[in-house]
Design a protein around this ligand. Structure first.
Ligand SMILES: Nc1ncnc2c1ncn2[C@@H]1O[C@H](COP(=O)(O)OP(=O)(O)OP(=O)(O)O)[C@@H](O)[C@H]1O
Ligand SMILES: Cc1ncsc1CCO
Ligand SMILES: [Mg+2]
Length: 271
């Protein structure tokens, strides 16, 4: 494995740029994630707005700098809002990010995900089971939790990235990011993270914040967001005594993480 080089900007430099911009990010996420995802974004340095109903989602997407869409607690009204917002993001050249939560579990979710994929997300972030199934293979997912290791999803992620032209991020014990040609692995985080609900959903929102800052560099933006979670998550786990105490310490570590510490502690390799 070679150490990945960032000829342009390092993750720390992208973090500094994101905080300087304090980007307004529209998140159409699920009821479970709304509160923690907004707190994660505020702690990291972005400006979240949870705006989902069809009457205003498209209009709002025109003023936001990026959009994230998460199908965790899908309903017909949410889906209409998602489609309006994704269309508006496409028309105004803003990146939008898809989190296909448990898309394989029901016919309704499968159909909704197919409709959303047609609107061309710039980035897709999911756990290993979600990415394997989205690429058309058989996964071992059980509901919203992954039943597969990241390693098993790397081929699917690369195929999905090539076929959709999106950057694809698989998260788990190790994270994997690919644009179909370049790939990176990010190590770190903690095994407490999958025991706190909606941290993956919150990460998708944070990917939106970095993509808002560098819409022309979705691969680098995604790697930076995942690296921030990995470093802050590892730091928080060292202080926490379980999933309950992990959550507040994680917010504190996200807020306190300096660009220099991110670059010093991130463990990113080319894959
Ligand atoms: N075993 C682990 N060790 C270290 N970090 C982990 C582990 N499992 C998950 N993570 C980290 O937790 C974060 C959330 O990823 P995860 O894969 O759990 O998302 P998810 O399954 O979509 O979560 P959710 O659906 O609950 O939002 C990522 O930053 C990931 O790197
Ligand atoms: C627990 C749960 N159920 C639907 S969405 C969600 C949050 C984690 O994906
Ligand atoms: Mg998820």
């Amino acid at each position: 494995m070679q150490t990945i080089s960032f000829p342009g900007e390092t993750p720390g430099q992208l973090l500094a740029a994101m905080r300087a911009q304090n980007p307004l990010v529209q998140n159409i996420t699920n009821f479970v994630a709304m509160n923690i995802a907004a707190n994660v974004m505020l702690a990291a340095g972005a400006s979240p707005a949870m705006v989902h109903t069809q009457e205003e989602a498209g209009e709002f997407a025109r003023i936001a700098s990026a959009l994230t869409v998460n199908i965790g607690t899908l309903s017909p009204d949410f889906l209409m809002g998602m489609k309006e917002a994704a269309k508006a993001a496409g028309e105004t050249g803003k990146p939008w990010i898809l989190d296909p939560v448990a898309h394989f579990a029901t016919g309704y979710r499968r159909a909704a995900t197919a409709e959303l994929m047609e609107l061309k997300p710039a980035i897709i972030r999911g756990n290993a089971s979600e990415i394997i199934a989205l690429a058309g293979s058989r996964s071992s997912g059980h509901g919203v939790d992954s039943g597969d290791p990241t390693e098993a999803a790397e081929g699917s992620a690369t195929a999905l990235a090539r076929q959709s032209s999106a950057v694809v991020a698989v998260t788990g014990e190790v994270d994997f990011v690919t644009d179909g040609h370049r790939s990176a692995r990010i190590m770190g985080g903690s095994d407490l993270m999958p025991r706190v609900t909606a941290l993956g959903c919150s990460l998708t929102c944070l990917v939106g914040a970095f993509a808002a800052t560098r819409p022309e560099k979705p691969f680098e933006a995604t790697v930076a967001a995942l690296a921030m979670f990995a470093v802050a998550g590892g730091q928080a786990a060292a202080e926490a005594s379980g999933p309950g105490s992990f959550s507040p310490v994680f917010l504190d570590r996200l807020a306190a993480l300096s660009p220099e510490a991110l670059d010093a502690e991130a463990r990113i390799t080319g894959a």
